[in-house]
Design a protein around this ligand. Structure first.
Ligand code: PLP
Length: 465
């Protein structure tokens, strides 16, 4: 008899040994011994070893399949192991794996041109970075150089990245232990109709009052000390907060009035998440700088950047821009970016996102909101939604307290466990579950995932007063 080794063939025809219990134990042991994880108490975590992924699904070493409703960290817009992206990276690696940023490279040029073509207004130059946080750092640095001012205003309930200035800009608890990294940041309240800090009764009122508050802050902080205002076009990890009509245009007007640079952080929402290349296009507003990362190439190779208006770029025509990164515009990352444009165009990804969002996700979430007393509000666009869970629908008391951890977070942990048990990997943050699957998810998978969420929310209902 011949002994056959247990193997599987991936979607590219390569044969791999089938992961077994010993392999899993080794991954776990080495991880626990030597990998230092982000945002975690190291002794309290138990990361799940992942064996493989394809499209909207990934598998653990036990062979359990998970529908990836969080697109990893909302970066995997074209799903796991997209053949076009993998091939583009492989081809580029064979031809020219790396080249430093002060030389020109065909894939970098092409990607910059393609980004400029879909960017709004006169934003037509791209500074490449390695990810989102450094894109925001560099946008701020450009704003400071151009205005000669230092201060930056950003929203409470925002996330702008984990590096020094980016974490200072961040308006959520991840900033607290890291203060002060950059002392020249002031925070303001953005619109949030469901928990209106302005006690508004209509979206128009919320926009108007939030803008009045922002203008007051500008005046009190000293308009001539403020270099930039940075805003996530749709607030991401802090709740998929879609701005009310007129708000972003009002921010634009305030920036014009006071000579402040408007930075739109589109790291999470750019490149198709709501069915637009850049989300500002849906709000008919043109910022001075747009930062991006994640969806530009689904994170197959780290890449981010800043799209720059002609006015700001012109400042650096004769004044040297003092900044750079060894891997800026890395050819492997750019090759995956160019392939992303090709796939989006060939497969009609933007149209597909708008269609699935309005025809499948939104109506189903509306049904879910009516059915489950624990659902306080659902909101979103395209394939980017939040389900906000409450303990008391009348008072909007959240299902778990703000920044809940440990035992306080138990109700959300129970919902998450039920989802995983049923084969769905959820995105959960405080009292919210987000729906952010890969943009290539099939309709059948999307419906199946929403069924699982519907079922899991019965657990949340059990906590409602
Ligand atoms: N900005 C936003 C809106 C984000 O969601 C993120 C990451 O989640 C970042 C910036 C930071 O990006 P990165 O983790 O690539 O540095």
């Amino acid at each position: 008899t011949t002994e056959t080794e247990a193997v599987y063939t991936d979607r590219f025809g390569t044969v791999h040994p089938l992961p077994d219990a010993a392999a899993e134990a080794q991954v776990r042991a080495e991880d626990r011994a030597h990998v230092f994880h982000s945002w975690s108490a190291q002794a309290l975590i138990d990361p799940l070893p992942i064996a493989a992924g394809e499209g909207s699904t990934f598998w653990d070493y036990q062979g359990n399949a998970y529908l990836d409703f969080s697109s990893q960290l909302v970066n995997l817009n074209l799903g796991h192991q997209h053949p076009d992206l993998v091939a583009a990276i492989q081809q580029q690696a064979g031809r020219l794996a790396t080249i430093q940023p002060s030389m020109a490279s065909d894939v970098r040029s092409e990607l910059a041109r393609r980004i400029a073509e879909v960017a709004p207004g006169d934003l037509d130059k791209v500074f490449f970075t390695n990810g989102g946080a450094d894109a925001n750092e560099y946008a701020v640095r450009m704003a400071r150089a151009v205005t000669g001012r230092r201060k930056v205003l950003s929203m409470y309930r925002s996330y702008h990245g984990g590096t020094a200035t980016a974490i200072s800009l961040t308006g959520d608890p991840r900033r607290w232990a890291n203060e002060p990294s950059d002392g020249s940041v002031a925070h303001f309240m953005g619109p949030y109709a469901y928990r209106s800090p302005f006690h508004s009764e209509t979206p128009e009122q919320e926009a108007e009052r939030a803008l009045a508050h922002l203008e007051q802050l500008i005046v009190l902080e000293g308009a001539n000390t403020i270099a930039a205002i940075i805003i996530e076009t749709i607030v991401g990890t802090n709740g998929v907060l879609v701005p009310p009509p007129g708000y972003l245009q009002g921010v634009r007007a305030l920036c014009d009035k006071y000579g402040i640079v408007y930075i739109a952080d589109e790291v999470m929402v750019g490149f198709g998440r709501i069915g637009e290349w850049f989300a500002v296009n849906a709000f008919d507003v043109v910022p001075d700088l747009i930062t991006f990362a994640k969806g530009v190439n689904s994170g197959y190779v780290p890449l981010g950047g800043v799209v720059i208006s002609q006015r700001i770029a012109a400042h650096f025509d004769t004044v040297s821009f003092q900044g750079g990164l060894t891997y800026s515009g890395h050819p492997l990352a750019c090759a995956a970016g160019v392939a992303t444009f090709e796939v989006f165009e060939r497969d009609g990804i933007l149209e597909r996102v708008r269609d699935l969002g309005s025809r499948v996700v939104e109506p189903r979430l509306r049904e879910i909101a009516v059915k489950h007393p624990s659902v306080g509000e659902i909101r979103g666009a395209g394939l980017f939604w939040a389900i906000e869970l409450v303990r008391d629908p009348a008072t909007h008391e959240p299902l778990v307290p703000f920044n809940a951890g440990g035992a306080d977070a138990a109700p959300m942990a129970a919902v998450a466990a039920a989802c995983k048990q049923a084969g769905l990997w959820p995105f959960i943050h405080f009292n919210r579950m987000h729906v952010a699957p890969p943009l290539v998810i099939t309709e059948e998978e999307l419906v199946r995932g929403l069924d699982i969420i519907d079922e899991a929310l019965t657990i949340a209902d059990g906590y409602v007063v």
